[in-house]
Design a protein around this ligand. Structure first.
Ligand SMILES: [Zn+2]
Length: 295
């Protein structure tokens, strides 16, 4: 039903990156890896001491961009890598980040603003909301790709619906895996992925996910995150090209089964990175500068 209803909004829907489920799951994973001090700081900034303080605001940026006042922020949800999948995939910040900004520059900007104690409480809260969202966005491979508007213009069939490839990656394939998009669904998925990070499939990889991450070099770090996700466009998202996907009678089950593991990887990675990143914002910026006293 939801796929059908959203057909008419495909362009709007498709460019939002991970849907509500993906963003909330990333946020819950991050909540698991922040220190008690980071959590207390973030809860103060967001004025929310609930157990969903990051998950509740994880899709704020998608709601905001849909308003007239927030239309300026639309380019901040992606970076249009002008590469040539599936032959070549790469991200070049100078080439690919438009003059209106992109997800890489936005992560750098809102990292700085989140830790800048000179901002008003409202502006600090806005910065943290943007940061939580964009660190999630950048892990979605099709948000680091210009080809066919990040896959928005690649028509495909999934579970009997006429979709576009981007929205299937954002929303419909994750929801097929989990069976819903509520905060409870997101918490459940997060718990599964946290177990994989701590002592399962991802345990041996997690150190590499955050290797070199540094809030003092946020632009470099975010560019590396975008490059990491963009590589999957060539290897996983469309290894045989876009036409091969459009020609498939349905992406389920063959394509879905081939890519769902990468979706889980990217959600887990985004959450783990976000938790580590927020710890750095707090420890290197907020606590060091004494801004913490103000909250
Ligand atoms: Zn987004």
């Amino acid at each position: 039903m939801s796929s059908y209803v959203l057909l008419g909004l495909a362009t709007l829907h498709g460019v939002h990156a991970w849907g509500v489920l993906g963003h909330a799951t990333i946020a819950y994973i991050a909540q698991n890896y922040v220190t008690a001090e980071t959590a207390s700081w973030a809860q103060g900034v967001l004025n929310d001491t609930s157990s969903s303080y990051l998950a509740s605001i994880a899709s704020f940026a998608d709601q905001f961009r849909a308003t007239a006042a927030g239309a300026w922020s639309a380019p901040l949800h992606f970076i249009d890598a002008e590469d040539n999948p599936p032959t070549t995939c790469n991200v070049n910040f100078t080439r690919d980040c438009g003059t209106a900004g992109c997800v890489v520059s936005a992560i750098a900007n809102y990292t700085q603003r989140s830790g800048d104690g000179r901002l008003t409480a409202a502006n600090t809260a806005e910065a943290l909301k943007f940061l939580v969202h964009f660190v999630g966005d950048v892990t979605q491979p099709l948000h680091d790709e210009a080809f066919e508007l990040g896959g928005n213009d690649i028509p495909v069939h999934f579970m009997g619906f006429n979709d576009n490839l981007h929205s299937d990656w954002d929303t419909f394939m994750p929801e097929e895996l989990i069976g819903g998009s509520s905060l409870a669904d997101a918490q459940s998925w997060a718990n599964t992925l946290i177990a994989e990070i701590d002592s399962g499939t991802f345990e041996s990889q997690k150190a590499s996910w955050i290797a070199g991450d540094n809030t003092a070099n946020a632009l470099t770090t975010a560019t590396r995150w975008a490059s990491d996700a963009n590589a999957f466009v060539c290897t996983v998202v469309m290894p045989q090209g876009a036409a091969a996907l459009t020609a498939m009678p349905d992406l389920f089950p063959t394509y879905y089964n081939a890519v769902i593991g990468t979706i889980e990887l990217q959600i887990a990675k985004g959450g783990y990175r976000l938790g580590n990143w927020l710890n750095m914002v707090f420890e290197k910026e907020v606590a060091r500068e004494g801004h913490w006293r103000r909250v």
